[in-house]
Write a protein that binds this ligand. Structure first.
Ligand SMILES: Cc1cc2nc3c(=O)[nH]c(=O)nc-3n(C[C@H](O)[C@H](O)[C@H](O)COP(=O)(O)O)c2cc1C
Length: 263
């Protein structure tokens, strides 16, 4: 069976986990589609479509949400997957619901606990670098085995029921409270001009086109910013700062422990 994984991964944890799924699954060959940069593929060539992203304030990253809302699933088989650092919240629920509304049949879903990449938490020492623990890896492998047996069953003419995921009311309330006290925002961004080399990496990695280079320096359009920290994390000279953070907590690639565990 031919599959494709549509992914939105800012610092590479989710992409790495997708590669692990690909390595471990026996009856599906996957291709990848980075929804932030690649040209959209022709989905009619694939039997199974995966959607993979990171948890962003208990929900899928905004770009993935919008992408899935506008997706024409054509009744195809799908799975949803996310990585998270602390609390996945409603990430899978929202992805599964959105997939269903976009005419996809969600047959499997999984959230993988990995090291935290949210700079304010890293600054406070919450790195969660021990994740995924052995039991997380066991259940991740189980998810892959289940996905594999379901596609095998279906390609042999069998039927399976769609996956049901429950919404957490507690998380919905918590998210609302955090947004009211503005904990979900980076705050106004700025740049240390004496450190900035004008390389433009911040503008090119911003998934929301919220950064333009003006007179050799980044200019931030706060109305477009979704507070994903991509610019902050990826700046090679750590020149971007916010009222919350300056020069600390950067995370620009998967944690070495995660790379080791997903080998
Ligand atoms: C802006 C932002 C918000 C985040 N919010 C959450 C969250 O609500 N819950 C959580 O468990 N992890 C949260 N994280 C951590 C990431 O979901 C996690 O580290 C993930 O593996 C990053 O994936 P990526 O490397 O593919 O971008 C957040 C990270 C960022 C940058």
């Amino acid at each position: 069976m031919k599959g494709i994984i549509c992914y939105f991964s800012l610092t590479g944890n989710t992409k790495l986990a997708c590669e692990y799924i690909d390595k471990k699954i026996s009856n599906v060959t996957f291709e990848y589609y980075d929804i932030t940069t690649d040209e959209e593929p022709n989905f009619s060539a694939y039997d199974l479509i995966g959607f993979a992203t990171y948890t962003d304030f208990f929900e899928p990253g905004q770009l993935m949400k919008t992408y899935m809302q506008n997706f024409n699933g054509d009744g195809k088989l799908a799975f949803v997957f996310n990585t998270y650092g602390q609390m996945s919240g409603n990430t899978l629920f929202t992805m599964a619901q959105t997939a269903k509304s976009s005419n996809l049949k969600v047959i499997e879903a999984y959230s993988l606990h990995v090291p935290e990449n949210y700079p304010p938490l890293i600054k406070n020492g919450t790195t969660n670098e021990e994740y995924p623990r052995n039991n997380d890896l066991e259940s991740f492998n189980e998810f892959i085995t289940n996905l594999n047996s379901k596609v095998t069953q279906l390609s042999n003419g069998g039927t399976i029921t769609e996956k049901n995921i429950k919404k957490s009311i507690f998380i919905s309330v918590t998210k609302k409270l955090l947004s009211i006290i503005n904990m979900d925002k980076m705050g106004v961004k700025n740049v240390h001009k004496d450190q900035c080399t004008g390389c433009g990496i911040c503008a090119s990695v911003c998934p929301y086109d919220a950064i333009s280079m003006v007179d050799g320096y980044p200019k931030f359009d706060e109305s477009k910013c979704e507070s994903c920290f991509a610019c902050y994390n990826m700046c090679p000279t750590k020149s971007i700062y916010t009222p919350k953070l300056d020069g600390v907590g950067h995370y620009n690639k998967p944690h070495k422990n995660l790379i080791e565990k997903l080998k």
